[in-house]
Design a protein around this ligand. Sequence first.
Ligand code: NAP
Ligand code: MG
Length: 402
Amino acid sequence: MEKIVMKTPLVEMDGDEMTRILWQMIKDELLLPFVDLKTEYYDLGLEERDRTDDKVTEDAANAIMKYGVGVKCATITPNPARVTEYGLKKMYKSPNGTLRAMLDGTVFRAPIIVKGIEPCVKNWKKPITIARHAYGDVYKNTELHVDGPGKAELVFTAADGTETRKTIFEFDGPGVVQGVYNIDESILSFARSCFAYALDRKEDLWFSTKDTISKTYDREFKEIFEQVYENEFKERFEEAGITFFYTLIDDAVARIMKCDGGLVWACKNYDGDVFSDMLSSAFGSLAMMTSVLVSPKGFYEYEAAHGTVQRHYYKHLKGEATSTNSVATIFAWSGALRKRGELDELPELVRFADALEKACLSTIEEGVMTGDLVRITTLSNVRQVGSLEFIQEIRKRLEKLL
Ligand code: NAP
Ligand code: MG
């Protein structure tokens, strides 16, 4: 078979620990034999981040802005233990945080649905993607403990010195008080990313807040979403046969439990934090969850939702066998290659991405899977395989499909 030719390079971001091992296996077994892989390589492994004072992460973000599509391996977010373990010059910020800040994007997390790994909610037949706004609100709050009687006020001093003042509460005794904020610019780019992503997937978009209670704060979110829809997306949504649906957060939660999936659910920061964990757990496994950062300017960065699987890596270093699931990382590659194929009008690259995903699913559906899935599958007669063998089993099926 002739290798599929690419036009524009993908921005390839290597990472850490077990996922770095999988990364190389995936390239050797599933990509390089079939695709004349063009990538611009950035090593976001912790050692290289330390050597370059984390400049390599910034360079990678700039490359994504140049080429449009990136694929990223899981990386270590340093904590004090990692600073000691790797002898780091400093406790670097999370690469994902740096990329998100530079690309100004929204992260979408979607489960990979496969027969044999059944969601806890039995009517969920299609994926539910969560889009979490990742700016402001309670994550950037200012809080006070109130020790005794007194008045708490909200004061805004405009640039010209004008003061606006509202009483929050007159305390008779001890309590707590909290201030939070958000900015229109961020809400606007969040809204645009969500509409663009739903359109890309041809799925309905839901958005939920608590605007009946929060008549100014949450209403700002609601109105911005409605304006973006009316002014920028309505026609394209209608053409694609999809809808935008706004509802209260509690109503959205109730409806999610009854729906059959196939939608994108945009959530405010806190709601997204809580419900993305609920969804990934209910869909079965973190190792079957993809994640893509979509910027309002149309840049895409694909990755797995899980981390570097540190515990498996330590086993691997000791020479012990591992059974680490590579599906989410493979789907990061297929997602990025498909997007590249669409942007560069390379239908054979899109077909390759489809075949690669199909090969992953049929491997599992035929009962060949890694330990994490063996523990939760509803299939009988399953065979647990090691990290490399799993990828080789996928390769066998991929070769047949191609
Ligand atoms: P993790 O890597 O997601 O793994 C947690 C546990 O989940 C594993 O020990 C394993 O359970 C299971 N698991 C996750 N992915 C799996 C897979 N592909 N196959 C099989 N089992 C899988 O989280 P962590 O151990 O808390 O974090 C490790 C490092 O990852 C940290 O340094 C953190 O900073 C980083 N991290 C990076 C990202 C990112 O780059 N996006 C995201 C999250 C965390 P068992 O051990 O029970 O088998
Ligand atoms: Mg959380």
